[in-house]
Design a protein around this ligand. Structure first.
Ligand SMILES: *Cc1c(COP(=O)(O)O)cnc(C)c1O
Length: 482
């Protein structure tokens, strides 16, 4: 009996419990289960053979569409190829098996990685300090707004308004509301940029800040950005950069130099984490030195002896925004992505993302209306208003693209463009792929003239056709019937 450990399952009826004392000599475990807890009938578990199970999952996987099986130009979402080396590194045992409660001294490597990622993101954006805790872009926005709030509270300000352009991503006003602020919308001018005159009229002693994406969701870089940030600062507000999508400016421009005080980045868009399907993401935020005392605890720091540690000792911190330190696995991928590309590589990513977008825009321009014709950044928006005259909507074009093996672009966003199709090819696509997409879009434009029915009834080749998307989201059926 010396080397056997006996677990006594607590007998709830009698309220007795015997705790086992672990011993190094234990070699086997015996479990004593009280009679009244024993299963009488066998469990109703599904009975299926291995080959049928394998076929089931393989067939399901083939019905799915992802960046690894086709072109996925979903504007604003940056569905680009994520190098597999970063997945391999993030799965290394010594990263994957550490426990968040482990002592800082035991996980120096992990802390070093987080500290260095912070430094790298600071270099890319020009900011002074990052928190890696927020788990998505919207979560970063909320964290940033809490910091704006802490900044004004310290100053004794009672400012209630956050200004957002009408082209903004939907999460911006949602985060503003969640943080207890009011959204004030500033219109875009005819070129798709912030209307500075209108902005000036909106700025007052109630302005807590401005939230801006640059390049904006039309894929346009607002060259008035210095004037804009200056006006907001003059009015006593802070300027927040929605950098969910940094693909156009890495190694070329820094949000800090544009006058931004707070920045969030989506590691799951720009820095090599697959997304879609609600997988874990990461939305770190970076701030200027004056705001770093408000960052969530803990921050990762290094002491004079080169030892890394978690700093909880920050009396002005807004507190915690996520359990532990964020989605560590996503941080590893971003770190690995940045180091494997290097400064020149990141710059090249941005140059190619912009080149690919302009190449597509220049060709699609012949078949679709282009509301904002100037040079675009990593994405651009076309409109199906010419096709609408023939009864074809952006939705029909999107559905028809699936028959050509392409994921449709984002549609009906940004809201300021009618029948919008927002296209982001990303840097990881080659010219042949872009040419095939142009060919498909040309054919679709011709079909709108000659055979509109084929568009209205598309897609023709997918396992499911037109779904009621609201019902699909609200009434999710996870059962699979053959
Ligand atoms: C994707 C995106 C967001 C939101 O990011 P999530 O990680 O989905 O919360 C915010 N702003 C812009 C411009 C985006 O493209």
């Amino acid at each position: 009996m010396k080397n056997r450990l006996i677990f006594q399952i607590p007998n709830l009826e009698k309220g007795k419990q015997i705790l086992p004392t672990p011993s190094k000599e234990i070699s086997s475990i015996e479990i004593n289960i009280p009679e009244n807890l024993k299963r009488i009938k066998s469990a109703r578990l599904p009975q299926i053979s291995e080959p049928l199970l394998i076929r089931h999952y393989n067939n399901l996987s083939k019905k799915n569409f992802g960046v690894d099986n086709g072109f996925y130009p979903l504007g604003s979402c940056t569905m680009k190829y994520n190098p597999k080396i970063n997945e391999v590194i993030s799965r290394l045992e010594n990263f994957a098996n550490i426990h968040p409660y482990q002592d800082g001294e035991d996980i120096q490597g992990a802390l070093q990685l987080m500290y260095e990622l912070d430094v790298l993101l600071c270099e890319i954006t020009g900011m002074d300090k990052f928190t890696l805790q927020p788990s998505a872009g919207a979560h970063g926005e909320l964290t940033g707004l809490f910091i704006i709030n802490a900044y004004h509270r310290e100053k004794g300000n009672k400012r209630k308004n956050i200004i957002i352009p009408d082209s903004a991503h939907g999460t911006n006003p949602a985060s503003v509301t969640m943080a207890g602020y009011n959204t004030v919308t500033v219109d875009s001018d005819e070129k798709g940029k912030v209307d500075i005159k209108k902005l000036s009229k909106l700025l007052d002693e109630n302005t807590a800040g401005l939230m801006l994406t640059n390049p904006n969701t039309l894929g346009l870089f607002d060259e008035n950005i210095l004037k804009i940030s200056e006006r907001v600062h003059d009015a006593g507000g802070l300027v927040y950069y929605d950098g969910a999508n940094l693909n156009a400016i890495m190694g070329i421009a820094k949000p800090r130099d544009m006058g931004f005080d707070i920045v969030h980045l989506n590691l799951h868009k720009t820095f090599s984490t697959p997304h879609g399907g609600g997988g874990p993401g990461s939305g770190p935020i970076g701030v200027k030195k004056e705001l770093s005392k408000f960052l969530p605890v803990p921050t990762v720091e290094v002491n004079g002896e080169g030892r890394y540690y978690l700093d909880y000792d920050k009396k002005d911190s807004i507190g915690k925004v996520k359990a532990f330190y964020g989605n560590f696995n996503v941080l590893i991928k971003a770190y690995s992505y940045i180091l494997s590309l290097g400064a020149q590589g990141l710059k090249r990513v941005s140059q190619l993302a912009v080149l690919n977008a302009n190449y597509l825009k220049k060709h699609l321009n012949k078949y679709y209306y282009l509301p904002y014709p100037e040079i675009c950044m990593h994405e651009f928006v076309i409109s199906a208003i010419w096709q609408k005259e023939k009864g074809i909507r952006a939705l029909d074009i999107a559905k028809r693209l699936m028959d050509f093996g392409f994921h449709p672009p984002t549609i009906y966003f940004p809201l300021i463009v009618k029948e919008a199709l927002m296209i982001e090819p990303t840097e990881t696509e080659n010219k042949e792929t872009l040419d095939m997409f142009i060919k498909a879009m040309k054919q679709i434009a011709e079909e709108a003239d000659e055979n509109p029915e084929i568009l209205k009834s598309a897609p023709h080749k997918t396992p499911v056709k037109r779904l009621d998307e609201v019902k699909a989201a609200k009434d999710l059926i996870l059962k699979y019937d053959l």
